[in-house]
Ligand binder design. Structure first.
Ligand code: GLP
Length: 245
């Protein structure tokens, strides 16, 4: 098993460029790559940088097929705060396809299972980009998510709901449940790129990279992946004891 790679850059704009470089390199080698794309504040500057490169004709994303990695459950797609709205607002890229689960599916468990099947039929992720929640969640795999957990409906923690309160217009409006790819589907990705910025992520980043591998910190499962890069800004890397370049 290969060691995880830890790369530290100065600040969020540098992180957006470095992440875009990694994606551009993959797309040059494999123009029809299958990508997993996260929501959250962290990747917004990356999506803007990719759009800039497409506009400048430095990058061709027209054959890329992308999949969301999670969504809320029990709300219409159009509701402010859903991941569907996020992708429409921030991922302004002429991709071949961007598949997002339906947050309003009648049978959410069957729906997210079918979504994971569609990902498998597409060949699985060549690269899955991830963010990390302050409690160590990846996608909506909250603490307690095991290594073999699969795509499913999950109960969201208070901390995750609080992080989305402003987008939904108050914590009481944030759905109690989410749809997520499981740890198993994320770990099946041929490469993983985890992005984290800001001092508020420093302690969970340290636990995930240097702590014990356990379901208590779902991002710690990435220690068992053989092609995983953590791309951090200096603030997010500030709790690491060593090894960052
Ligand atoms: C959300 C998403 C995750 C994301 C995380 C971090 O809850 N479900 O996929 O990685 O929060 O978000 P941020 O980048 O805003 O800190």
């Amino acid at each position: 098993m290969q060691e995880m790679q830890i790369r530290t850059v100065s600040d969020p704009p540098a992180l957006a460029c470095a992440a875009a470089d990694i994606i551009a390199e993959l797309v040059r080698a494999k123009p029809a790559a299958v990508l997993g794309l996260p929501t959250g504040n962290t990747p917004i500057a990356l999506y803007a940088e990719l759009a800039r490169r497409v506009e400048a004709r430095e990058l061709d994303v027209s054959r890329i097929v992308a999949f969301a990695i999670d969504e809320f459950a029990g709300v219409p797609r159009s509701e402010a705060g859903t991941n569907s709205r996020f992708y429409r607002a921030h991922v302004r890229l002429p991709l071949r396809a961007l598949h997002v689960p339906n947050p309003d599916a009648h049978e959410p468990e069957a729906h997210i299972g079918a979504f994971a099947d569609a990902l498998r039929r597409a060949g699985g992720f060549d690269l899955c980009v991830l963010g990390i929640g302050r409690n160590g969640h990846i996608a909506f795999n909250e603490p307690g998510s095991g290594r073999t957990s699969r795509a499913r409906v999950v109960a969201l923690t208070e901390s995750s709901r609080a992080a989305h309160a402003s987008a939904f217009g108050g914590i009481e409006r944030v759905p109690a449940r989410g749809l997520t790819l499981g740890i198993a589907e994320l770990m099946d990705s041929r490469a993983i790129l985890l992005l984290a910025t800001g001092a508020e992520k420093a302690s969970i980043v340290r636990e995930a990279i240097e702590g014990t591998v356990s379901a208590d910190v779902p991002a710690s499962w990435l220690q068992e992946h053989d092609n995983c890069t953590w791309l951090l800004d200096e603030a997010a890397a500030s709790g690491l004891r060593g090894g960052a370049d």
